[in-house]
Design a protein around this ligand. Structure first.
Ligand SMILES: Cc1cc2nc3c(=O)[nH]c(=O)nc-3n(C[C@H](O)[C@H](O)[C@H](O)COP(=O)(O)OP(=O)(O)OC[C@H]3O[C@@H](n4cnc5c(N)ncnc54)[C@H](O)[C@@H]3O)c2cc1C
Ligand SMILES: Cc1cc2nc3c(=O)[nH]c(=O)nc-3n(C[C@H](O)[C@H](O)[C@H](O)COP(=O)(O)O)c2cc1C
Length: 754
């Protein structure tokens, strides 16, 4: 098979090496427009895990790379006059020039044809002349552009500017420096990559860059500016540039690249041409080289006839790993774009938030790296070394014993709104299981406001004693508190029980629906009628009445459900609200009714008891609610006296395209908490203690709600305590023998594992 590779960066060169090492008879040519060591940038980093992958793929290359490494363990953070250090991070740096030289040398040794100073412009002709054409031509790939219809690339240019500089400053840690100017924050990402040199990347927001006139600065002016700004850290060392080939365009924007498909016919994309990852997660070169491993593996034994299959196999073997890393990189990119948001945090929490920004490193993982650092942050967070989730939290007069919450979950098991024995056992068990706060399911304020015939309600007199039985049990038998979530289904009402068909209308006995506008939730749902002002007032009264009934039943806290496409959420999202009166149009108008309801409930709900609001922080659809809107929504509710925003997302339209993943909604909680200055609750695919504690200590939320994990394990919190060796979590006295046994078993398992 004749292989031509356009681009002689890490991806192209490493692929050439791997193919030649496995299939010496295949002619492999790499066309590179630059001269051999004509590269921009300074150093790149690899983690220990990446090195292991490289060793398995081609040991001689890995050996050479390892010998050229500078290794470090610590991360040092300079912020607001404080220096915070955390250890055990285990990274190695290498000069990009040295890396390319090692790869070029090994490629030549194996017989790869290296064609330098060859700028390929005619992709179609190149494609004709070989069996496999590899586009390893970097983030601005011409191969990708020329076949854009097939690859369907998505390019997202991010809002920060960065310049990649070098310095002889000898750094003994991966160093972050944050420096505030009159026009905004500058960040340095710096690390040593060989005996003499360190990479020194300077980054700031576009508006900061413009305000400092850096758009008209040449390389020398850029250097002078950065040297002056970071003078206290440079200890007399100079900064250097090697981006002469960029002809004065020293400051770049990071572009996030992804592609719907990575191959078409005999053409395949590799490395940055296929996907990019922000430099702050230091993984672009790793991904590029791991792509090369994936492609070489898939090509094993493939003849030209079986090529397309091999390319599809390469794509499927790599796409998930790349997506996971791109998601982590997105969190990290956004963190640095929003330094000002985090700069309001105390230095300890600022640093912790930085270390855990990508959501890849959790609390226990950090502890493995540096126990002393984690002990210090725990002492700071809780006043003593205790896992953050077990630090009490206060909302108005309500003291929660810990930060774990049983998320509201509809059980579809009520009879005309009345919760029964199932609810007593279900909610009661979860309260015994140790969570600090247990939510009821969405409890509907009218019969017509139910989602399904099985939904719980607070609209008949008998609902009060039915709920009171549950509340009383929880108060008498556990230290948990209980929050009543009140809602109205709006356009998503009159549907089947969850297990009979989600959002599907009933086979018979449907009741009429109401909504801000006459838009059915999905094509199969009935069209609601547009609410009149009189009907809106009636529903508002129903919310107030239900709040009063909740008080009678003894609930500790109330939540107003303004998420997931139900009635109040439908007012907020422009996708569902097309009203022409003062309740439609601008966000302020669309919020008017939900705020009226909230205000009316706040009046009847006692001053010392908290009232929270659940929102969908994004519709996951262009033109719908986004994170910026969510901040405004939270701010509006805060203005009315909301104590907590329960940050969910989506479920407002069947057209949503959610980006799922671990803790996928938490970035919205983080944004709202730290931009609005209100307590938040994070929820959504949060499953383990490591994640929970990192969310809390990292100031991404004040409470963490777990839904499905509590369906699988009502005793999630007590099990978490045992796992963490935290013995103070109060087990029900009746179960103390179970506690002792579990703690013994956990200790034994830990001993066996160590
Ligand atoms: C500021 C910054 C810091 C970074 N830090 C790190 C880090 O610490 N760790 C890390 O792993 N990664 C880092 N990266 C990312 C890393 O540089 C890239 O992800 C990596 O180089 C991708 O390798 P590649 O071979 O796909 O692309 P590239 O390295 O971009 O190589 C593409 C090659 O193709 C050539 N080419 C392009 N078009 C043509 C053409 N038409 N004809 C011929 N040749 C062509 C180019 O000249 C280039 O040599 C950083 C990136 C930046 C911008
Ligand atoms: C069976 C089930 C029922 C749910 N019912 C409600 C509800 O009544 N009110 C609500 O706000 N969210 C409801 N949710 C959403 C959860 O509260 C939570 O936000 C979601 O499950 C994501 O969290 P998780 O990944 O921890 O499960 C429900 C979720 C499930 C699985």
């Amino acid at each position: 098979m004749r292989v031509t590779c356009i681009g002689g960066g890490p991806a192209g060169l490493y692929l050439g090496i791997l193919i030649k090492a496995r299939f010496p008879s295949w002619p492999v040519r790499i066309a590179e427009r630059n001269r051999p060591l004509d590269t921009f940038g300074w150093g790149v980093v690899f983690s220990d895990a990446t090195l292991e992958n490289l060793r398995a793929a081609d040991e001689p290359t890995q050996r050479e790379i390892t010998q050229a490494f500078a290794h470090w363990d610590d991360i040092e953070i300079h912020f607001n006059g404080h220096t915070i250090r955390s250890g055990g991070h285990g990274f190695s740096g290498i000069s990009r020039k040295r890396l390319l030289s090692i790869l070029q040398h090994r490629a030549t040794e194996l017989g790869v044809e290296l064609d330098f100073q060859t700028d390929i412009t005619d992709i179609a002709s190149e494609r004709e002349r070989c069996d496999l054409l590899v586009g390893a031509d970097g983030a601005n790939s011409r191969v990708r552009q020329s076949l854009a219809d097939e690859f369907q690339p998505a390019l997202e240019r991010r809002g920060c500017r960065y310049v990649w500089l070098g310095t002889a400053l000898p750094l003994d840690a991966f160093t972050f420096i944050f420096e505030r100017t009159e026009h905004g924050w500058f960040t340095v990402h710096a690390y040593r990559f060989d005996e003499e040199l360190s990479t020194f990347i300077v980054e700031c927001r576009e508006e900061t860059w413009l305000a400092h006139g850096l758009d008209t600065a040449d390389s020398q002016q850029t250097i002078a500016f950065c040297e002056a700004l970071f003078e206290p850290y440079l200890h007399g060392h100079r900064l250097m540039t090697n981006s002469a080939h960029l002809s004065g365009r020293d400051w770049l924007n990071f572009t996030r690249v992804s592609n719907e498909r990575w191959s078409t016919g005999n053409v395949v994309l590799l490395g940055d041409a296929a996907h990019t990852a922000h430099f702050s997660v230091g993984s672009g070169t790793k991904l590029a080289m791991e792509d090369a491993i994936g492609l070489a593996d898939a090509l094993a034994g493939a003849e030209p006839a079986g090529l397309e299959k091999a390319l599809a196999q390469y794509e499927s073997s790599r796409k998930l790993a790349v997506l996971k890393l791109q998601n982590a990189a997105r969190n990290s990119t956004e963190w640095f774009e929003n330094v000002a948001r985090y700069a309001t945090l105390p230095p300890e929490q600022f640093a912790y938030s930085l270390l855990t920004r990508s959501q890849r490193i959790g609390h226990e993982n950090l502890r493995l790296r540096d126990t002393t650092y984690v002990d210090r942050i725990e002492r700071w967070f809780g006043g003593r070394a205790v896992p953050p989730m077990f630090v009490p939290f206060r909302l108005r007069g309500l003291e929660l014993q810990n930060r774990i919450v049983v998320s509201p979950m509809d059980m579809y098991s009520s009879v005309d709104g009345t919760p029964g024995d199932f609810h007593l056992v279900h909610l009661g068990t979860r309260a015994l299981g140790g969570a600090g706060l247990v939510f009821t399911e969405m409890t509907c304020v009218t019969r017509e406001g139910r989602i399904s015939p099985g939904c719980a309600g607070m609209y008949l007199p008998e609902h009060v004693p039915a709920w009171k039985r549950i509340v009383d049990f929880i108060h008498a038998s556990s230290r948990a508190k209980i929050c009543l979530q009140l809602g109205h289904s709006g356009p998503k009402g009159s549907t089947k029980l969850l297990w009979e068909g989600m959002d599907e209308p009933l086979d018979e006995g449907n009741w009429p629906l109401v909504a801000p506008s006459a838009i059915p939730y999905a094509a199969r749902n009935q069209a609601p009628s547009e609410l009149t002002r009189a009907e809106m007032l009636e529903i508002c009264d129903a919310f107030v009445r239900a709040a009063g009934m909740g008080l009678e039943a003894g609930f500790d806290m109330l939540e107003l459900h303004c998420a997931h496409g139900y009635l109040l959420s439908s007012f907020i999202t422009p996708l569902r609200n097309h009203r022409r009166d003062e309740y439609g149009g601008s966000l302020a108008n669309r919020l008017r009714y939900p705020l009226e309801v909230f205000r009316a409930m706040r009046i009847v709900w006692p001053e010392e008891r908290p009232l929270s609001v659940r929102i969908s922080a994004t519709d996951w659809v262009d033109g719908g609610i986004n994170g910026e809107d969510a901040v405004e929504i939270a701010r509006a509710f805060k203005g009315e006296g909301a104590d907590l925003i329960d940050v969910s997302a989506g479920q407002t339209t069947p057209d949503a395209k959610p980006v799922y993943g671990r803790m996928f909604q938490t970035p919205y909680s983080d944004k709202i908490r730290n931009e609005v200055g209100i307590a938040t609750m994070a929820v959504g695919n949060i499953t383990d203690v490591d994640q929970v504690d990192a969310i809390l200590a990292g100031a991404r939320a004040d409470l963490v709600a777990l839904g499905r994990p509590h369906l699988a394990d009502p005793f999630w919190t007590l099990h978490a305590a045992a796992e963490l060796g935290y013995e103070e979590a109060p087990w029900p006295v009746q179960y103390l023998s179970g506690k002792e046994q579990l703690e013994r078993l956990v200790a034994r398992a830990k001993d066996a594992a160590s």
